[in-house]
Each structure stands twice: as C-alpha cells, then as structure tokens.
Design a protein around this ligand. Structure first.
Ligand code: NAD
Length: 515
C-alpha cells in the first residue's frame, strides 16, 4: 500500500525490493530462509527478508566479538556520548518508527510511538549511567591493602526478543549493554523483521559517523535455528531472552549447560485486585487499558480480575459499558483503541481459549468472537472478552496459563487474603495491582504476606511500566530484571581486586605460612 511505502521509505528501507537483507554486522547480507513480514491489519505482505545461514551466523558472531574488543577500550563516558547521539537519531524518527511498529506488529499508534519513546528514555538513562557504573572500595583486614570491586565489559550480549515489543526490548538491553562496553547480537522475532532493520539502520549510521564498528549492534534475523545458534555459542557470555515460558525454559537450560549467564523475561499472568474502598472512576479505566491495551498482547496485560463481592456487580457493569465503546480497527487511525492480534495463529489461540471457557461453564459477559464486519475481515481482529469462569481454582488451566489475547477472567472474593492467595498461586510472577485507599491493605500487599510478583502496584494498573525501576518478573516469568535499578550490573563481569601497597605480604584470616 502507499501508506506502507511511505513509512518504509521514511526509514530508509527500500520499497519494492524483492527481498531485503536481514543480517547486519557492519555490512548488510543474508542468504538464509525468507521471512515474510505480514501486516496484521490487512494481511498484506509488507516485505520479504532474507535471514542468515548458519555460516552467516558464525561470521556475524565473529564480527561482534571484534567489535567488543574495540568497544571495551572506549571510555564509558564516551560510550555514553554515542548513546546520546543514538537517542537523538531515534527521537528524530520517533513517530515514523512508531508507525512502523503499528503497521508490522499491530499495536495502536500511541502505543507504537510510546514504545520508541521508551528506547529514547532508556538511552537517556544509559547516558547518565555511563558516568555512574561504579564499583566499590572495600576495607581490607590487612594493613596496606585495599579491595576494589571492579566492573568491566562482559563481551558479546545476545538479545533474543519477542514480537510484542519489537523495538523497546532491544532498547532496554542495547542501551545498558553499550554503556557497559559490550557488543550486541539481536535476534528479533521472525514476524517483526522490518522494525529490527529500521532500528539497526538508525544505530548503524551513528556508529559509522563515530568510526565505530557496525557490529556493536549486530542484527541476525531468523527463527528458532538462529536463536539456538546464538544461545549455544560460547562467544556469547550473556543471553538476554524475552519470550514465552516454553521457549525460555529451553533457552535457560541451554545457556546454563555451558555456564553462560542469562536474563529471562518470560510470560505473565497478571491480576488486578479491587477492594470495596477503591476509587472506582480510576480503577475501571485502568483495568480496561490493562486488559485491552495492545489487544491483550503485553507481557503485563491484565488477565485476571479479582473483585470484592460488594462492588463486583457495579464494577462489571461500568467495565462492560466501557468495553461497548471500544473503537476497533486500523491501529494507525486516530481514535482506534483496539488493533488486531499480531498473527492469524493468535486468533486460533484466542478462539480455543474462549471455547474452553464456554465448555467449562464460564459466563461470557461480553465478546467471545472474531469480528465479522467486512472492513475487519482481512485482519486478525477479535472481540475483547470478559468471562466469569465457574471455578476460582487457580490451578485450573483457565487461571494458570497465559493466553496472549484480550481475555479477562473475573473472580469474586470476600477477604483480601483470599485475593492475594489467588494472585500468588499461579506459576508466573510478573505484574500485579491492588486498588484500595486503605493504608493497611497497601502495607499487606507490598510486604512479606503480599504479592510475590516482580511488579507490585497500588492504584496503578498492571501494565505500563517506566524505565527507571528494574523491570521483570519472578517464578516462571524467569526472575530477570532489565531497564533501571541495578539491572546494569548484569551486563558486566565483576572482579574483586585486592591490591597490596605495603612492604609486607600478610595472608588473610591471620594464616601463618612462614618457614
Ligand atoms: P516466543 O517465545 O515464541 O519467541 C521469542 C523469541 O525466541 C523469538 O525471537 C523466537 O524466534 C525465539 N526462539 C524460538 N524458539 C527458540 C529456541 N529454541 N531457541 C532460541 N530462540 C528461540 O515468544 P513471542 O510469541 O514472540 O512473545 C510472546 C511472549 O513473550 C509472551 O509469553 C510474553 O509474555 C513474553 N514477553 C515477556 C516480556 C517480559 O519482559 N517478561 C516482554 C515481552 C514479551
């Protein structure tokens, strides 16, 4: 379409080329399998991208290692200056890159742009970090000695990413990793190759202008095979993986088996709990956004809603009224709040989940079908669904698994303790949210008897995190942390350096080894 062409050419992606090269390590190449980028709104094939052959993966990893050997000699504040320039280059293209996210992934325009803004924000953070990645000076028990804890670059970082944040997740990793002095190899989702090519082109131009190797930001598009090759490589000491629990389980074990380090950011199954004293005009729209934003395809999407019995009928009534107003359609059109699911396969997963709910006797309050108007028939549009399952048993598959679609299951409780128990009883532990004005509830929720998730919000929905705090989940979400907080400490190797500047060489703990 002309719209797609305009977006691609504004991002320097050739329009009308039969195939695009999908590998970058200083040079563009790619002669492996063909990946198709399919627009989830129209079904149109936006481009064909050539991924890497095993030989090309090997070569690109070699180039990344060379790039690391160079980058580690560049002082950290100078790496910060590089990130500042990348931040400016991304910011200049923010809206059009956001539009590409909408076009290729399917999220609505404001969320697409927001995702690029997140990369800009984390660059800002990493610029500051580049002057603050401090080790410590530790008191030694020995006279004339001092102990330093020193962070140094770790090497090549493999960044394997999911389809639903095709720009920001690389941003979280790349920015911290470059500040720390590492080269990066990005293996994006095979269904969002254009976003990764556009981002790589923006970064590559800045690297080139600064005389730095392009392989500081290597791109290897591809599927499972390419992912496996990166995960298996001993030249990749740290693998940062974002994706499903099923794949994360395989990746985590493979990295561990060669004693590499991993950061795992896996599936979520996030609950909002609403107490009777909650501020309803705030809570209802927050649950609405949490459940429907990105068409329920955020790792932090609200999938479980626990309502206090006293307010449940009124809450559900107001929520259903909001659901009825949803404007569904082309994610690039102003005012659309619900775009398509990312793939055709996801529509099947949605339908299967709804069938399972119906068969188990759940009451479907709203939604439950694919949209059938003609204007939406080319895309993967499904109705956002609210269901009240018959069972509240958190071990039941309805409650214990992540369905990556806009389905919200509702359960009623009488006591906060019950709701917290349900919140914690699932395998996943990413995000959670409590709505209350009572400080006693807040204290319980954020304390040892409270939510066991990595994100524990109060009067804030489950999705929509800022970059300042460490982001990630516990339990089967993988315990990974990215973005702010102390997350940068994972992207370096730490050494304890004891330095003796005295004229004697005493042993620790008073050990006497004299002859
Ligand atoms: P996915 O697990 O299918 O794919 C993720 C990545 O792994 C892709 O790049 C894929 O090509 C690659 N891959 C597949 N098999 C592999 C293998 N054997 N070895 C190495 N790599 C392999 O996930 P998806 O469908 O793209 O993304 C959705 C999932 O991601 C959801 O579960 C969502 O919750 C999760 N997610 C989590 C976070 C978080 O921060 N916790 C953020 C975004 C998405």
């Amino acid at each position: 379409s002309t719209r797609a062409s305009a977006i691609l050419s504004a991002l320097d992606i050739p329009v009308g080329a039969a195939e695009l090269p999908g590998v970058y390590d200083g040079q563009w190449s790619g002669s492996g399998d063909v990946l198709e980028s399919v627009c989830p709104t129209t079904g149109e094939v936006l481009a064909r991208v050539r991924s890497a052959t095993p030989h090309e993966v090997h070569e690109a990893l070699g180039k990344s290692k060379e790039a690391y050997l160079h980058l580690r000699t560049v002082p950290a504040p100078k790496r910060g200056e590089l990130l500042r320039q990348i931040r400016e280059a991304l910011s200049a293209k923010r809206d059009v890159l956001g539009a590409l996210v909408s076009l290729e992934m399917g999220k609505i325009k404001t969320e697409g742009i927001g995702e690029v803004q997140e990369f800009v924000d984390i660059c800002d953070y990493a610029v500051g970090l580049s002057r603050m990645m401090n080790g410590r000076v530790v008191a030694s028990e020995r006279p004339g000695h001092t102990i330093l804890e020193v962070p140094n670059p770790i090497g090549v970082v493999g960044v394997l990413t999911a389809f639903n944040f095709p720009v920001a997740v690389y941003g979280w990793n790349f920015s911290l990793s470059v500040a720390a002095g590492n080269a990066n190899v990005w293996k994006p989702s095979p269904s969002t190759p254009l976003c990764s090519i556009a981002v790589t082109k923006i970064i590559a131009r800045v690297l080139e202008k600064n005389g730095l190797p392009g392989a500081v930001s290597t791109l290897i598009t591809g599927g499972k095979d390419v992912g496996e090759a990166i995960v298996a490589s001993r030249d990749v000491p740290l693998v940062s993986f974002t994706g499903s629990e099923a794949v994360g389980r395989v990746v985590g074990k493979a990295v561990q088996s060669r004693f590499g380090k991993s950061i795992l950011e896996l599936g979520g199954n996030n609950a909002s709990i609403v107490m009777p004293d909650a501020d309803m005009p705030l809570a209802v729209p927050a649950v609405f956004f949490g459940a429907i934003g990105t068409a329920g395809q955020r790792c932090t999407s609200t999938r479980r809603l626990y309502l206090h019995r006293a307010i449940a009928p009124k809450f559900l009534d107001t929520l259903q009224k909001l659901y009825a107003t949803i404007s569904v359609g082309d994610p690039l059109v102003d005012g659309t709040l619900l775009g398509p699911l990312h793939t055709h396969a996801a529509v099947g997963i949605y339908s299967d989940a709804v069938d399972r709910l119906r068969q188990s006797g759940a009451e479907i309050l709203t939604g439950g079908r694919k949209y059938d108007h003609a204007s939406l028939s080319q895309g993967n549009f499904v109705q956002p669904t609210i269901s009240v399952p018959k069972t509240t048993d958190p071990a039941d598959m309805i409650w214990s698994t992540e369905t990556f679609a806009p389905i919200l299951n509702v359960g009623l409780f009488d006591e906060l303790e019950q709701a917290i128990e349900w919140n914690n009883a699932v395998p996943q532990g990413l995000s959670s949210s409590l709505w209350t004005r009572d400080v006693r509830n807040v204290g319980k929720w954020i304390g040892p008897e409270g939510s066991d998730a990595g994100i524990v919000n109060v009067n804030v929905g489950t999705s929509g995190a800022e970059i300042g705090a460490a982001f990630g989940g516990n339990k089967s979400t993988g315990w990974g942390r990215e973005s702010g907080g102390d997350a940068w400490k994972q992207y370096v190797r730490w050494s304890a350096c004891t330095v003796n500047f005295s004229d004697a060489a005493p042993l620790a703990q008073g050990v006497d080894f004299s002859t």
